[in-house]
Design a protein around this ligand. Structure first.
Ligand code: 5RP
Length: 235
């Protein structure tokens, strides 16, 4: 087995600690991203070793496919109805456990899934812990219809809030415009510092054409921050 990089070892440590919270019979939400990949592998290993009976919903096609390859049966969220626990990654975590998510473009399904869960536990490496949200770009999922007018609305909101920002980028991947699992587009906002995440979230939610933004406020119950040496800190 190849040795993990320090960052991957930290992600795997967080993933191991998160999967230790899983109990037989639970209904689980499985997140998206590179840390979630470690979590899904760890979960598959526990299911194989202990024969856990779980009901699992995935937050993206990518996670659904990975889970399927590893032998984890995935159901639609609506088939399960409500979840006990969602395990997911994050791009930034502040001291109040507010998050920026959506680096992988899955934050719409991730937010719906977390909101349908009794608990959301985040798994991350130490680089994700910040004092103030905003150094990471804020992903905003928008409908393809009217994307340019939606962009104008967002710009006006940021101007009204006195938030300076660099150009709002339409996300690309592999040289093509990125489409979410729902077929929408993503505008990435480079804000540097989000002084009032709640006000920004409310403002974005009020714009027609905005489907969902990557601010997860008051949704995360516990963050498990792994270290390259295998230790884990709880926030
Ligand atoms: C996907 C997400 C991811 O959880 C977030 O981007 C963190 O990813 P990674 O674990 O690869 O750093 O929100 O939409």
């Amino acid at each position: 087995m190849t040795e993990l990089s320090p960052t991957d070892a930290a992600k795997d440590a967080a993933a191991r600690a998160a999967v230790a919270l899983v109990q037989d019979g639970m209904r689980l939400g499985l997140g998206t991203g590179s840390t979630a990949v470690f979590m899904v592998h760890r979960l598959a290993a526990r299911i194989r070793a202990e024969g856990l009976r779980l009901r699992c919903a995935a937050t993206s096609r990518a996670t659904c496919e990975l889970a399927g390859r590893l032998g984890i049966a995935i159901e639609e969220l609506d088939e399960i109805g409500w979840l006990d626990l969602t395990l997911d990654g994050a791009d930034e975590i502040d001291p109040d456990l507010n998050l920026i998510k959506g680096g992988g473009g899955a934050h719409l399904r991730e937010k719906i899934t977390a909101a349908a869960s009794d608990r959301m536990v985040v798994v991350a490496d130490p680089a994700k812990v910040v004092e103030v949200l905003g150094a990471f770009h804020l992903p905003v999922e928008v409908t393809p219809f009217g994307v340019e007018t939606t962009r104008i609305h967002i710009q006006r909101l940021l101007d009204a809030m006195g938030m300076t920002q660099r150009p709002m980028l339409l996300r690309q991947r592999d040289g093509a415009i990125f489409r979410t699992d729902e077929g929408n587009l993503i505008l990435d906002l480079s804000l540097d510092r989000i002084a009032d995440p709640a006000a920004l979230g409310r403002g974005l939610n009020a714009i027609p054409g905005v489907v969902e933004h990557g601010l997860f406020l008051g949704m995360c119950h516990l963050a498990l921050i792994g270290s390259p040496d295998g230790s884990v800190i709880e926030l």
